[in-house]
Design a protein around this ligand. Structure first.
Ligand code: ARG
Length: 280
């Protein structure tokens, strides 16, 4: 129920802007919001056939499966039956270039790396920040954009003005994200942390007064604040991050995706997609 609600929120929230982008990019993307169960059983069959079957089997099917968590506008969110957003569109163009059909599998954010490691998905793209810890488990492609973690509080909040003030606060984050990682440092100092399954739930906890702050990436933060009255983003950000696509360790896909990404950058397509979703 919670999951469905958040998906609906995310979908409704950007419904207007999503409409404007319908039909752009990712022409052969087949991205059903409810695709996961079907995909998982298909992947399970493939897994039992041969251990590192993912890329091989996908190549035979002509499909590349992208693992994501589609409650993260404007990078990925549900619009009607479809998963749209910056990542979905870039992935669509990469698959076009590589000659594959893109299939998007929606899942919990903290399941993405396991899905890629186990071969259930060919790559993960989810506004995912490159970190040293993640690099121990998977490979990352070249980066395609920058981001920064920000703090959302209730308008007029007198208690939290800087990130130092988080040390005594109740904070909501999306489980397994870099936001989660950063605020975990404050736990020892007395902060309490609500680790929720997506950003919309974290923002809901804030609007309901269950927590004092949310720490999340800047663009989703802007989207959530625009949709919920009485919230503001603090000026002081956390450190900068870079997003990349994750692939299984040693996968030949890294080089292929990097080549496609470089071409798309040169053609101005990456900027074009980002500028469509993020107004200056
Ligand atoms: N950039 C952050 C991270 O990599 C948050 C990503 C969350 N993405 C998502 N699709 N929910 O941890």
């Amino acid at each position: 129920m919670k999951k469905i609600l958040s998906a609906l929120m995310a979908g409704t929230m950007l419904f207007g802007s999503a409409l404007a982008f319908a039909g752009c990019g990712g022409s052969n993307a087949s991205s059903k919001a409810d695709d996961t169960s079907k995909t998982e059983s298909a992947a399970a069959t493939a897994d039992s056939a041969t251990k590192d079957s993912a890329t091989k089997d996908s190549a035979v099917n002509g499909e590349l499966h992208m693992a994501t968590n589609a409650a993260f506008p404007p990078y990925e969110y549900v619009d009607g039956q479809e998963i749209v957003g910056i990542d979905a569109e870039i992935a669509g163009l990469i698959c076009d270039k590589l000659g594959y059909t893109l299939v998007i599998d929606d899942m919990e954010f903290d399941s993405i790396i396991t899905a890629v490691q186990s071969g259930k998905a060919d790559f993960g793209m989810a506004g995912m920040t490159v970190t040293d810890e993640r690099l121990e488990a998977i490979d990352f492609t070249d980066t395609y954009t920058n981001a920064v973690q920000v703090i959302i509080v209730k308008e007029g909040d007198e208690k939290i003005k800087t990130k130092d003030d988080l040390k005594s606060a109740a904070i909501a984050v999306q489980k397994g994200t870099t936001g989660d990682l950063y605020v975990s440092d404050y736990e020892a100092e007395g902060a309490t942390i609500e680790r929720l399954s997506n950003g919309a739930d974290a923002v809901l906890a804030l609007t309901q007064g269950k927590v004092d702050a949310v720490v999340i990436d800047n663009e989703p933060a802007k989207a959530f604040v625009a949709q919920n009255q009485g919230l503001v983003i603090l000026d002081e950000p956390f450190e900068n991050e870079q997003y990349a696509i994750c692939v299984a360790k040693g996968s030949e896909l890294t080089q292929k995706i990097n080549t496609a990404l470089a071409e798309l950058k040169n053609e101005g397509k990456i900027d074009e997609i980002i500028n469509k979703y993020i107004k200056a």
